[in-house]
Write a protein of this length. Structure first.
Length: 422
């Protein structure tokens, strides 16, 4: 006999939610207790497990809003079949437009209090994008305004959208347990594995997701046009992971991306740690960017790796081998060369995150090595007053590798600040 998979109640505030993605293919064999799908309830992603073992048969598709108690799938036993309409939701009558002079009804209001009914995330995005919620008709239960109602609305300052036709960025959970979420963005010509050096010193007090930026690691080899295009792809990946708020740590070019993400506000960044950030000034060591990307053999790669750190003995054989392996990927090398030409053209950083930092009202700190030979420490002069600076002695461009214990302690401080910041 088929076992129905019921959409559960995951929030006290609403009687509906959205299947953000199925984790098992339609027709796949599943075991009791395996995660079947994720729910997006505008606050978090919640995995729903299989109530029985068998073959899954979808009733509802990803992206659909579902009422609590609805059947979203059936789990069939061997040889069992259901009718094409079994468990399917009844067709709904077309809604009657409530409007005057052809204009949509103003935002749904609570009949007793007169206030507009919207999820916290929808309110935050509306505030950041200067959208008047009174002009929006909510698609949620009882006309509740949800995130999708806001982000699909044209505004005077349009929200940058993901780059069309590009694949989702690769991301890896380096730590799956913890009271909060830490998202890590690596630097130029690196990938998510860079953060394993930090984890050698201990574990952050949060689950940790490391994202491969475009043109790096296992992500798309396309070269996005600007920082906002990169941010749109990162936001897309975070949505797929069910993340709408986190503490961010970024290194070098990844730090610049993290700062822009915080400024855009489409993902709630509770606190921000920038390690050797790019984008604070125009200078960058052109010869390093150019020749490090061009180097292919261990003998030509090693001298440039030594330039990254104060103490060359920190560059291990494993580190060297990983870079050599990357260089064997011609497509990856071409992508890195394209990124270098676009963002570090003629030894100049073609972007600035100073305006982004000026706008932020969250805890922000910067870690910078005093002996950084890639980006000058002088870029840390005249930071916005709200931004804290940790200047590491005897440290180059890779503080998380050169002084991992101290870096990790600051990461945990930022996680605590992010949880306590209103």
């Amino acid at each position: 006999m088929a076992t129905a998979v019921i959409f559960p109640k995951v929030s006290l505030e609403t009687d509906a939610g959205t299947i953000s993605r199925w984790l098992k293919e339609d027709g796949a064999t599943v075991s009791q207790g395996e995660a079947l799908f994720e729910i997006d309830n505008d606050k978090a992603a919640v995995e729903v497990e299989a109530p029985a073992s068998g073959v899954i048969s979808y009733v509802r598709d990803a992206g659909e809003e579902v009422q609590v108690g609805d059947v979203v799938a059936n789990i069939l036993q061997a040889g069992e079949q259901l009718s094409a309409t079994a468990g399917k939701p009844a067709a709904k009558a077309a809604p009657v437009a409530n409007h005057a002079n052809g204009k949509p009804e103003a935002g749904q209001r609570n009949s007793s209090s007169g206030r507009i009914v919207a999820t916290p995330l929808a309110r935050r995005i509306a505030e950041q994008q200067q959208i008047d919620l009174r002009d929006i008709r909510g698609s949620g239960p009882k006309g509740r305004i949800q995130k999708r109602d806001v982000i699909h609305l044209p505004t005077a300052a349009p929200r940058p959208s993901p780059v069309a036709g590009q694949s989702t960025l690769n991301a890896v959970w380096l730590q799956k347990d913890g009271p909060g979420t830490l998202v890590a963005l690596h630097g130029f010509a690196s990938d998510h594995n860079a953060w394993r050096g930090l984890l050698a010193a201990g574990r952050p007090r949060a689950r940790m997701l490391a994202v491969d930026l475009p043109g790096h690691g296992r992500s798309s080899r396309a070269v996005p046009a600007d920082l906002d295009a990169i941010c749109a792809l990162v936001e897309q990946r975070l949505t797929a992971e069910g993340i709408d708020e986190a503490t961010f740590v970024g290194h070098s070019f990844g730090a610049a991306v993290a700062a822009r993400l915080a400024s855009r506000g489409l993902v709630r960044i509770n606190s921000l740690l920038l390690v050797s950030p790019a984008g604070l000034g125009p200078e960058i060591r052109h010869q390093f960017v150019k020749d490090f990307v061009a180097a292919r053999q261990p003998a030509s790669i090693l001298p440039w790796l030594h330039e990254l750190v104060f103490d060359p003995s920190l560059i291990s054989e494993t580190f060297i081998r990983s870079v050599v392996e990357q260089r064997r990927d011609d497509e990856l090398s071409r992508a890195l060369a394209g990124l270098a030409e676009r963002y570090f053209c003629d030894g100049t950083q073609t972007f600035s995150i100073r305006p982004d930092l000026e706008r932020l009202r969250i805890p922000v700190r910067i870690i910078f090595g005093l002996q950084d030979r890639i980006i000058p420490f002088a870029h840390c002069h005249s930071l916005p007053g709200r931004v804290g600076l940790h200047a590491f002695q005897q440290c180059g461009h890779l503080p998380y590798l050169e002084q991992p214990e101290l870096t990790l302690s600051i990461v945990n401080e930022m996680l605590a600040l992010g949880r306590s910041d209103p």
